[in-house]
Design a protein around this ligand. Structure first.
Ligand code: 1CP
Length: 324
């Protein structure tokens, strides 16, 4: 969850040298350096590739920009006719610099630090493509997806094809695990959950496993509450990231018996630091640390987080043992 980013001075320095955020993602030398920065500083057990979920719309032919202070800005998809512009066949060529970054990072990382590749899940990527950026209510995408079901399904097909190729190529370049971010899965109406979240994710998981059977895939479907168990069974992911809505005790009882879990300290605790952070982190470690578990945040690091808190958190996690 955002190991790199604006809370790190060394990230801000390299970011300022790049000609925009996408340029940073597509310049292997710089992207590799910002991937490695948090590893050098905090020594976690895994690195996550520096890239973004919106490189997929960019690769297939949509205009994508990142505006300082606003976030992502895309020329929105407004009708089925817009889909003719998109070509999933362009994915591998366009994203070749990302695969180069993966190889460089893998070569430079210590052997015992795993490299995690990632992509956005189709629903979450589609929200940016149709809304034209971040959204609060997802009204444009939801009304389009309901009104024009066939067009929406065709867009999901494009995203499934492109994302599958993208993830397989990351593994070929050196990624040892993959994570699928479905950050906005919680906005999907219950009756559309199978079609908009489960099925596209299941098709990507099956497509990746057909070509890379051994790579573990972590699903992160944020805000789906009680549908998480159905998500695990329906998608075939090997592990899940937890958002902050579940306690460690609940996750140990309900989710860990099905699969390994990753999570789930709310980034607000990292921002506050001190005893509150320590207590919340220990609660998670005590609750989940005896089973298959990856300690992580429940969501991305806030840009105003002091990195000394991240340092302290890494220490707490490393020092924890099941008997402490
Ligand atoms: O320099 C900057 O502008 C910093 C902000 C930033 C960073 C560091 C963005 C813009 N993307 C990233 C990198 C990123 N994004 C990573 C790389 C790993 C790392 O840095 O540790 C990853 C895994 C992502 C994933 C991502 N991008 C998600 C899913 C995870 C999540 O946070 O829920 C989403 C939704 C995005 C879209 C995105 N990228 C950036 C912004 C500002 C946004 C929009 C977020 C929103 O709509 O709220």
């Amino acid at each position: 969850m955002r190991q790199a980013g604006r809370y790190l001075p060394e990230y801000r320095e390299i970011r300022a040298q790049a000609d925009g955020f996408l340029d940073l993602c597509y310049t292997p030398d710089r992207a590799a350096r910002v991937t490695l920065q948090p590893i050098e500083r905090f020594r976690p057990d895994a690195a996550i590739l520096f890239s973004d979920i919106l490189v997929i719309p960019d690769a297939i032919g949509q205009e994508v920009g990142f505006v300082e202070g606003t976030g992502p800005v895309l020329t929105p998809v407004t009708s089925g006719a817009d889909l003719a512009k998109f070509d999933p066949g362009k994915t591998l060529d366009h994203l070749a610099p990302v695969f180069e970054t993966v190889s460089r990072v893998r070569a430079e990382l210590p052997d015992d630090v795993a490299l995690i590749g990632f992509a956005g899940a189709p629903w979450t990527v589609a929200t940016y493509m149709v809304e034209g950026g971040s959204s609060r209510d997802f009204n444009a995408i939801k009304s389009w997806a309901v009104r024009e079901r066939a067009d929406f399904a065709a867009m999901m097909d494009i995203l499934v094809a492109s994302t599958t190729d993208y993830l397989v190529a990351q593994v070929e370049a050196g990624a040892q695990a993959l994570q699928l971010f479905d950050t906005w899965a919680g906005a999907v109406p219950a009756n559309d959950f199978d079609d908009w979240v489960i099925s596209p994710t299941a098709r990507i998981v099956a497509g990746v496993k057909a070509r890379q059977p051994d790579v573990p895939i972590i699903g992160f479907a944020r805000g789906i509450g009680d549908r998480l168990e159905g998500y695990i069974r329906g998608t075939g992911v090997d592990a899940v990231g937890l958002d902050a809505s579940m306690t460690a005790t609940e996750a140990a009882a309900k989710i860990q018996p099905i699969c390994p879990v990753q999570g789930n300290l709310d980034p607000a605790y990292l921002m506050v630091g001190g005893e509150e952070m320590e207590r919340a982190a220990r609660e998670i470690l005590d609750g989940l640390g005896k089973g298959p578990f990856v300690f992580n945040l429940a969501h991305g690091i806030h840009k105003d987080t002091p990195f000394s808190h991240v340092e302290r958190l890494a220490e707490i996690v490393r020092e924890w043992s099941p008997n402490s």
